[in-house]
Design a protein around this ligand. Structure first.
Ligand SMILES: NC(=O)c1ccc[n+]([C@@H]2O[C@H](COP(=O)([O-])OP(=O)(O)OC[C@H]3O[C@@H](n4cnc5c(N)ncnc54)[C@H](OP(=O)(O)O)[C@@H]3O)[C@@H](O)[C@H]2O)c1
Length: 263
């Protein structure tokens, strides 16, 4: 029996076990994917080893700790500095980041994007900004405060706070903050957002399964809007494929997981 799981705090809300267990079942694999609340970051890798997990996903707030503790980090995760997928290779743990590419898949429906504005400067913003940069999309970061901007500045991106920002035109406005997750807040001042939306083609919010104030406002400007569901779906597809060394077709995994969202 192969064991997998999601590590985070909190994890009770996570849909990942449903996505991965449905896929394991559909492929007749003897495996199980569970939820593990990791209260102390120091217990993340001991838990992975004690349970002899084959793979795991890592969510808030442990992605940086996961990055630091892996035996090897591969791909874009090296540049992001955060890992959301762990895969066992013998006695070694390999770390990957599938949030970045998951996001990129999710925005393919917006058509050609030349430039983007990322609201927020946390872990999710790092993954999104790095993949946008890799794909040649000019990326600007706008955050409430300055303290988290160094990472983005060091990667050559234009970085602003609400105080220093002068409004340009951006094809895509992306909310990576948790504003609107459990409150009615916008990720930046409303007047500024209205100006940005007047000039944009689309709006994307990483928060999923709810119409945030950010997306509600974007809708009033008749923009193409998308929440974080597709990003979540695609990061899970990519993670499943890493767990099984790309044995299965991504399209088949995607269609199995997509059904879970519509149930
Ligand atoms: N759809 C998906 O697949 C997916 C994947 C990963 C994460 N997520 C979601 O992404 C969100 C962010 O996660 P994270 O780990 O990046 O968070 P984080 O590291 O805690 O970053 C939070 C960022 O949001 C800003 N912020 C927080 N509250 C704000 C507010 N009320 N107004 C303006 N800015 C605010 C912070 O600004 P300061 O620096 O000024 O504090 C910071 O830049 C969460 O809701 C998470 O569920 C979704």
């Amino acid at each position: 029996m192969l064991l997998f799981g999601i590590f985070g705090n909190p994890v009770t809300h996570s849909i990942s076990p449903r996505l991965h267990n449905a896929t394991l079942n559909a492929f007749n694999l003897k495996g199980c994917y569970g939820r593990f609340a990791i209260l102390e970051p120091s217990s993340l890798f001991p838990t992975f080893h004690t349970l002899y997990l084959k793979g795991a996903n890592v969510t808030v707030p442990h992605k940086e700790v996961a990055f630091q503790g892996c035996d090897e980090v591969r791909g874009i995760a090296q540049k992001i500095g955060a890992v959301n997928t762990l895969v066992r290779e013998g006695s070694r743990v390999i770390g990957y980041n599938t949030d970045a590419l998951g996001f990129y898949h999710a925005i393919s429906s917006f058509g050609q994007i030349k430039n983007a504005l990322v609201l927020g400067a946390g872990g999710t913003a790092k993954a999104i900004a790095i993949i946008l940069q890799e794909k040649g999309i000019e990326t600007t970061i706008l955050n409430r405060s300055a303290s988290r901007l160094h990472f983005f500045e060091n990667n050559g991106m234009t970085c602003k706070t609400w105080d220093t920002f002068t409004c340009n035109a951006y094809d895509l406005i992306i909310n990576t903050t948790s504003a609107g997750l459990k409150d009615e807040e916008l990720p930046c001042p409303e007047a500024l957002l209205n100006t940005l939306f007047e000039r944009a083609k689309g709006a994307f919010d990483v928060i999923y399964n709810q119409q945030t104030p950010f997306l509600k406002l974007a809708n009033t400007h008749k923009l193409t809007c998308k929440d974080g569901k597709e990003m979540l779906l695609h990061q899970a597809v990519l993670a499943f494929n890493l767990f099984f060394d790309h044995r299965f077709e991504a399209e088949r995994i995607e269609s199995i997981m997509r059904e879970i969202f519509t149930l």
